[in-house]
Design a protein around this ligand. Structure first.
Ligand SMILES: [Zn+2]
Ligand SMILES: [Zn+2]
Length: 288
């Protein structure tokens, strides 16, 4: 448990990682130990097509999870990786099902269905908008940058969706597989809740009471048409929206505050920061 810059309790949560149960290098216990040693309050172990139950590792919550991936290699046909969290039991789905059936099957067992790494999968806004009832998407996926390819960052897709009035809770995850020191303990969420129980963390995600981060703290509040970011000391603070030409970036040393007054054409606002070490943090999207 952590206390943020506003005095609220926060839980450090990793929501996407693989173990030797599928294509990860470490055993489930070694994975849990690696995250526990980096101060995590909760993790979800999300092996490919392998349902992982709720559990506890030395006080750290293990959230029930799996990653149900379909589509092989041809992204233009449709590659979908559905990160499935908080399921009460194994869902009734198969590798032959389409993405919508997987999302529906995850919901049938009480889970949240999150679209993993849309940039890596080259999911277009049209493909994503054709799916019903997505509970979230990743805005950043560590392994896609460090080990796999060069498309870790889905913020462009997030902004194209938000410009059309569509948004979901935005998660940052590691998707750790290799555990060579660079794909784990990097990207996570800080959930605003009293405890690290699965129920508290789930509610914080659904209600967007969290920020995604690689270290910096970021909290965005709204006063009418003015958006305010308060953060731990960073070098860059950005507000993103659909409107072109608006001035939305602040640069300097040790910045902890920035403001943005919306333009009449703005349909959404979100914010992100970058610290002196290049680590980022992201707010959720607010639709106007
Ligand atoms: Zn995946
Ligand atoms: Zn994965």
């Amino acid at each position: 448990m952590y206390i943020d810059i506003k005095g609220n309790k926060r839980q450090k949560v990793g929501l996407h990682m693989h173990t030797s149960v599928s294509d990860g290098k470490l055993s489930p216990e070694e994975t849990a130990r690696a995250y526990k040693s980096q101060g995590y309050d909760a993790i979800a172990i999300t092996d490919h097509w392998a349902f992982g139950e709720y559990g506890n590792f030395e006080g750290m919550t293990i959230i029930s999870g799996a990653e149900y991936n379909i589509g092989g290699h041809a992204t233009e046909i449709g590659v979908y990786h559905i990160l499935s969290l908080f399921m009460e039991r194994k869902p009734n789905i198969t590798r032959e099902d389409d993405a919508q059936r997987i999302i529906d099957g995850v919901h049938e067992v009480g889970g949240l269905a999150v679209l993993a790494h849309p940039a890596w999968s080259l999911n277009t806004p049209e493909m994503i908008m054709a799916l019903r009832d997505i509970d979230g998407t990743e805005i950043y996926n560590t392994v896609s940058a460090r080990m796999q390819s060069f498309r870790p960052d889905s913020s462009l897709i997030v902004d194209m969706l938000a410009g059309r009035g569509v948004t979901f809770p935005l998660l940052a995850t590691d998707d750790a597989h290799y555990y060579e020191g660079i794909d784990n303990g990097v990207s996570y969420i800080m959930a605003e809740c009293e405890s690290n129980s699965p129920e508290d963390i789930r509610r914080a995600i659904v209600e967007k009471r969290f920020y995604a981060t690689q270290g910096p703290e970021i909290i965005m509040t709204r006063e009418g048409n003015k958006f305010v970011v308060d953060c731990s000391p960073v070098s860059h603070i950005y507000f993103a929206s659909n409107a072109s030409w608006a001035r939305r970036a602040t640069h300097g040393e040790g910045l902890t505050h920035a403001e943005y007054t919306t333009h009449e054409d703005d349909r959404f606002v979100r914010a992100f920061v970058v610290d002196a070490e290049g680590r980022q943090a992201w707010t959720n999207v607010v639709l106007l």
